[in-house]
Design a protein around this ligand. Structure first.
Ligand code: C2E
Ligand code: CA
Ligand code: CA
Length: 396
């Protein structure tokens, strides 16, 4: 880990000196630049592990120009943005970086504590581990197809609790790949492959059947746990989906309200009429519908008004930041109000600590999901988790 190289560009000498000493103390090799031009003058940096702390406001070349130049000269590296500007500017700089496909590890509003600075470095370590797995990208379509057909996919379940009572309401099913060589692979690494190769149909069928099977098992143990499954855009193009699902539910003797389909806001952008047709008939059959990653897409209020959703799921990027970021807090609050106005249950996902849960509770949010409550777990761990737990413990 200590072979990580840290670059810091900031026009304040004092900041540079302080951060330099601090990183030295932590055992890292650090290069500091008072002007971004000096950074680019040194030529191409090595391909080794590197991270850049970048000040946005600098006189001769500002942080935005640095990002552009990094892309132009092929000297991309993961960034931590630092700025004394208001958080709105930090956010749009972050969006711009994403558009340039630059990875933003963290944003630090000046003045920040050394602790936050250290946290950003630690965050990078976690990120780089994930990337390391990412680079094992020899997942091929045929390998994925084999995995789906040969039971290498496994569902993990992440609990969702009623914020008021602390009781479990349901679980979100997340599909993981138990790969014989690479170990457990996150859905983030293969769902898009399934979507782009036409495999998402059989993948989703597998997930839904497996989830229903599990819900039935829990029901037999007298546990009423609703199961949410994620549905891709391609899945809501088949007009017979509502009938297929109803048959499956009936076959499992499950009440349709035990199943929630999570549809992302952005997946609704395509065939609006077809999806409206399918979603409406799904609702008519009693299946619950949740709008996932809410706040990251571009749905208009009128679209939301037309679509028959029963649940609004606020994207975790806002929830994870709301403790320290006033704007994120404002968005979450607005989403809760909007959801309630439209008679939807509101779920906050990405709840990582008690403080966040407390704020959500004060804002009147209904349901919480996140690492603070529980990480996704295998099916057999759910019952002990539900039984051995003191429901009042989360907010105390
Ligand atoms: P998602 O639907 O937004 O699922 C929530 C993701 O957030 C999960 O990641 C979960 O592990 C993670 N998460 C939960 N709580 C926290 C928290 O407190 N902090 C943080 N930082 N993260 C949290 P995961 O399992 O890697 O899933 C990634 C995405 O893959 C899902 O995002 C979903 O869009 C997709 N996906 C998963 N399973 C399926 C599936 O069966 N079908 C389809 N189409 N997509 C799936
Ligand atoms: Ca989801
Ligand atoms: Ca989500």
């Amino acid at each position: 880990m200590k072979n990580l190289e840290i670059f810091i560009i900031d026009d304040e000498q004092l900041t540079l000196d302080m951060l330099f000493e601090f990183t030295k103390l932590l055992g890292y090799e650090t290069k500091t630049y008072i002007s971004a031009k000096d950074f680019f003058k040194q030529g191409k940096v090595s391909e080794s592990e590197a991270i850049m702390f970048l000040d946005l406001n600098m006189p001769d070349m500002d942080g935005i120009e640095v990002m552009r130049k990094m892309v132009e000269t092929g000297q991309k590296m993961p960034l931590v943005l630092m700025s004394g500007y208001d958080s709105g500017i930090l956010h749009s700089a972050e969006q711009l970086a994403k558009a340039y496909s630059l990875d933003i590890i963290a944003t630090l509003a000046k003045p920040f504590s050394l602790n936050l600075f250290k946290e950003a470095i630690e965050k990078y370590t976690r990120y780089s581990k994930l990337k390391g797995r990412d680079s094992k990208q020899f997942i091929s379509v045929s390998e994925l197809e084999f995995a789906i057909n040969n039971k290498q996919l496994e569902l993990y379940y992440q609990p969702q609790i009623d914020i008021r009572s602390g009781a479990i309401i349901g679980v979100e099913a997340l599909v993981y790949w138990q790969h014989p060589r690479l170990g457990l692979i996150n859905p983030g690494l293969f769902i898009s492959i399934a979507e782009n190769s036409g495999l998402i149909g059989i993948l989703t069928s597998f997930v839904i059947e497996q989830a229903m099977h599990q819900a039935l098992f829990w029901k037999s143990k007298k546990l009423m746990i609703q199961v949410s499954v994620n549905i891709s855009a391609e899945n809501i193009t088949s007009l017979s989906l509502p009938e297929q699902l109803k048959d499956l539910l009936d076959g499992h003797q499950l009440d349709p309200t035990m199943l929630t389909l999570e549809v992302t806001e952005s997946s609704l952008m395509g065939e609006l009429i077809t999806s409206l047709d399918i979603l409406t008939r799904l609702r008519m059959k009693g299946i619950e519908l949740s709008i996932d990653d809410f706040g990251t897409g571009y749905s208009s209020l009128s679209q939301l008004y037309r679509m028959p959703f029963t649940e609004l799921k606020i994207d975790k990027s806002f929830v994870m930041n709301m403790k320290n970021d006033e704007d994120a807090r404002g968005i979450v609050k607005t989403c809760i109000m909007l959801g309630h106005e439209l008679k939807m249950n509101v779920v906050a996902e990405g709840v990582e600590n008690r403080e966040t849960l407390k704020i959500l509770s004060d804002m009147g949010c209904d349901i919480a999901q996140g690492y603070y409550i529980a990480r996704p777990m295998s099916a057999e761990k759910i019952i002990p988790w539900v039984v051995d737990r003191d429901t009042s413990s989360f907010l105390n």
